[in-house]
Design a protein around this ligand. Structure first.
Ligand SMILES: C[C@H](O)[C@H](O)[C@H]1CNC2=NC(N)=NC(=O)C2=N1
Length: 113
């Protein structure tokens, strides 16, 4: 498991600070396949995982959902034939928190499990 994936998520409060450029530069190298995107003024982390068929995509979606439930922190999941798009951000702060980087790293561990 990558070091980042091992870190604990902290309870995220609505007044928690979003990650700044320095923290993004510190954390992003641990999740190189993820893209930083901005939608509706909200910064997010996004990655597309590819699979051989819909059944595999669906199974990965279910496992990612279980991971989220266990952590109490949830992504957007788009499941298509052969693809799952996972997008992490923290709704409460309308942006990126350290938790989102941790969960992206854990999602990568799931994919390579
Ligand atoms: C009450 C519940 O714990 C909160 O609404 C959690 C649920 N999962 C969450 N997931 C994400 N990505 N952001 C949140 O702000 C969030 N809040």
């Amino acid at each position: 498991m990558s070091e980042l994936a091992h870190q604990q998520c902290e309870a995220c409060r609505s007044d928690a600070p979003r990650v700044g450029v320095d923290e993004i530069n510190e954390l992003k190298p641990a999740i190189p396949e993820w893209q930083l995107v901005e939608r509706g003024g909200i910064q997010k982390l996004e990655r597309v995982y590819t699979f051989d068929n819909f059944r595999q995509a669906l199974d990965f979606t279910r496992r990612a959902g279980e991971l989220a439930e266990q952590a109490g922190h949830h992504p957007a999941l788009l499941t298509e034939w052969g693809r799952v798009t996972v997008t992490w951000w923290t709704h409460k702060i309308r942006g990126l928190h350290r938790n989102d980087f941790i969960m992206a790293a854990r999602t990568d561990e799931l994919f390579s499990a």
